[in-house]
Design a protein. Sequence first.
Length: 96
Amino acid sequence: MNKKSLTNKEGEVRELTKKDIRTMRSASDVLPENMLAMLATRKRGQRGPQKKPPKISVTARYSPEVVKYFKVEGRGWQVRMDEALKQWIKKHPRAA
């Protein structure tokens, strides 16, 4: 059986064709059991464990001058606002 290489002359992976995809086999058919057990068991579209806790989406209203202050530096203004609020929390800890 003459198999067409998945790489081109430069060693880069070429674009897969429908025929390439049809001839592929599942991991359970080709991997030993010990390696198969190492694969993630999540379902398609399910996120894996996060390095940091995910942020919480909220709707908030800010005065125009606050939004303008952070937006003036361009992209990433929400991250800068988040960092400013974190700094404020550090400077103003709540009494437990």
